[in-house]
Design a binder for this molecule. Structure first.
Ligand SMILES: [Ca+2]
Ligand SMILES: [Ca+2]
Length: 355
């Protein structure tokens, strides 16, 4: 019997072709789906990883803040007058504050170093620690432009004339009235700018705010930043004050040199074990005279400056700047805060440092 084979009809051909296309389409779609799910999962994992890294680097930097806080806050305040000086644990302490390993990373608590001052072998350990705000000139305190003028001229190495314009403009920015100092600026000036604005006529709340003040530039602000504060009490601490702050108060250069020499002690370095200390404002002239020697003129001048109520030997506000890094990572996270001893946190800024 002859077997006959029927060839598939065109319709069957078409059906098979359609099934094949469907299968290919399904395979392609499943592949795309798998790839996209995989991509999403990878993206999600990456995001989770970045969040975890951020949380971890934040914890590392915060550990530096907590360590500094503990040292500042645990100073016994009930044992006679408090004297704060640069060779204490909070101020100069690489063992506590330099490259401290914790939780898969390291933190350092560092000082803002003046851009013009070199960091050499004798000063590099001095960099690790907390800064007291009473070592600086408080921009919200002085009602006479002379203090700010002298401090700005010394800090930014600008002329007395330019420093005076800046000082008077800052006083105008801060004081309540709209009467301008001869070289200052009030709303009348700021209204002519584009876009126009008005003088704040209130205390300065952040140093960045100074960029709104007539004559201030980012370059100038960077130069004066290590020497000025918007926190702190009424007085500059003789034991911690920068020479810029002492210049601001009107101390003669020869007396400032002698004060710094006295504070440094025999090894000639600030923040070491042999530092001399001013124990009180009343005793400071005789203490300085005894160790370094003062002329009669210097003695009178020093005593007169100290009688103005602008100086003390203790500090109450501190800036903590903690820098965190994770092992095998390149990014840096910085927390900067100002705290009051025995009080709370006055300001807090944190974030990745843009390099
Ligand atoms: Ca004003
Ligand atoms: Ca010393």
């Amino acid at each position: 019997m002859r077997r006959t084979f029927e060839s598939p009809s065109p319709c069957q051909h078409h059906q098979k072709g359609s099934i094949l296309i469907l299968v290919i389409w399904l395979v392609v779609m499943i592949s795309i789906f798998t790839l996209s799910v995989g991509g999403m999962a990878r993206q999600r994992l990456k995001s989770i990883g970045m969040l975890e890294d951020r949380a971890r680097i934040r914890r590392v930097a915060d550990a530096g803040v907590q360590r500094a806080l503990q040292i500042i806050q645990t100073k016994p305040l009930d044992k006679g007058p408090v004297i704060d000086r640069l060779n204490e644990q909070w101020s100069t302490n690489p063992a506590y504050f330099k490259d401290i390993e914790i939780d898969g990373g390291t933190f350092s608590v560092v000082k803002l170093w003046p851009i013009d001052e070199k960091l050499d072998e004798s000063t590099k350990n001095f960099l690790y620690g907390v800064v007291d705000e009473e070592s600086k000139i408080n921009l919200n305190l002085y009602d006479e432009p002379a203090v700010l003028r002298r401090a700005f001229a010394a800090a930014a190495k600008i002329s007395q004339e330019k420093a005076s314009q800046l000082a008077e403009s800052i006083l105008d920015w801060r004081d309540e009235d709209e009467h301008s100092y001869p070289d200052g600026a009030e709303s009348r000036y700021y209204k002519t700018l584009s876009p126009p604005y008005v003088a704040k006529n209130k205390n300065i709340e952040t140093l960045e705010e100074l960029l709104f003040v007539k004559g201030m530039t980012p370059g100038l602000l960077k130069k004066i930043e290590p020497y000025v504060s918007i926190y702190g009490g009424q007085q500059v601490n003789l034991n911690t004050a920068s020479s810029v702050a002492l210049t601001g108060l009107g101390m003669a250069p020869s007396i400032i040199d002698k004060m710094i020499e006295y504070r440094r002690g025999r090894d000639g370095k600030e923040g070491t074990f042999d530092d001399n200390v001013f124990s009180s404002i009343e005793a400071a002239p005789s203490e300085l005279n005894e160790v370094i020697g003062l002329s009669d003129g210097e003695m009178n001048e020093f005593t007169r400056r100290l009688s103005k109520g602008q100086t003390s030997v203790s500090s109450h506000y501190f800036t903590i700047r903690s820098v965190g890094r994770l092992n095998n990572r390149t990014r840096t996270y910085m927390i900067t805060c100002v705290v009051e001893r025995g009080g709370g946190i006055k300001s807090w800024h944190e974030g990745f440092v843009e390099s």
